[in-house]
Design a protein around this ligand. Sequence first.
Ligand code: MTE
Ligand code: MO
Length: 166
Amino acid sequence: MLRRIFLAGAIALLLPSSSFALDKPKGDVVLRVTGNVAHHNDGKAAAFDLEMLEALKGRKASMETPWTKGQTEFQGPLLRAVLEASGAEGKLLKVKAINDYTSDVPIADARDFDTILAVRMNSKLMSVREKGPLFLIYPFDTHPELYNEKYFSRSVWQIMEVEVVN
Ligand SMILES: Nc1nc2c(c(=O)[nH]1)N[C@H]1C(S)=C(S)[C@@H](COP(=O)(O)O)O[C@H]1N2
Ligand SMILES: [Mo]
């Protein structure tokens, strides 16, 4: 059963669903998914405004993180859903932040965990000063084994681009 779910997830991530059309963002673009993406709405990139991101299947959860004080609620689309909407195909994500920080995140992290691109912290949109507009948040609440430096380094904040590579 579990294996079936994993397989379905893997196939969904790998299948380019060519019939899918990605709307043009109406608001400010907060995220560009570049590289190996099949669904373009901005040159060769899949661009998203906040509304588009919040319309995707998401997750809301409270947890402790090294960057926040006490239980903090994060909310945003599943990374998996963003990749599916982009028609992303590949093995690795180069998650790029405003401050030039880039982290290599295996695409498997999107499939294996309910990792989210958080757009809200304690219900509020995050300013750049508060590590927004997008913060990659692992499910530290349900997977305490992820609470270590390996995953902290992948927890990029102030994200503006995700490049999909092989
Ligand atoms: N935007 C951005 N995200 C980032 C980083 C960064 O420099 N910029 N550093 C990463 C690394 S290597 C780690 S270990 C943690 C560091 O968090 P800290 O600076 O609060 O210790 O955040 C990660 N996310
Ligand atoms: Mo780090």
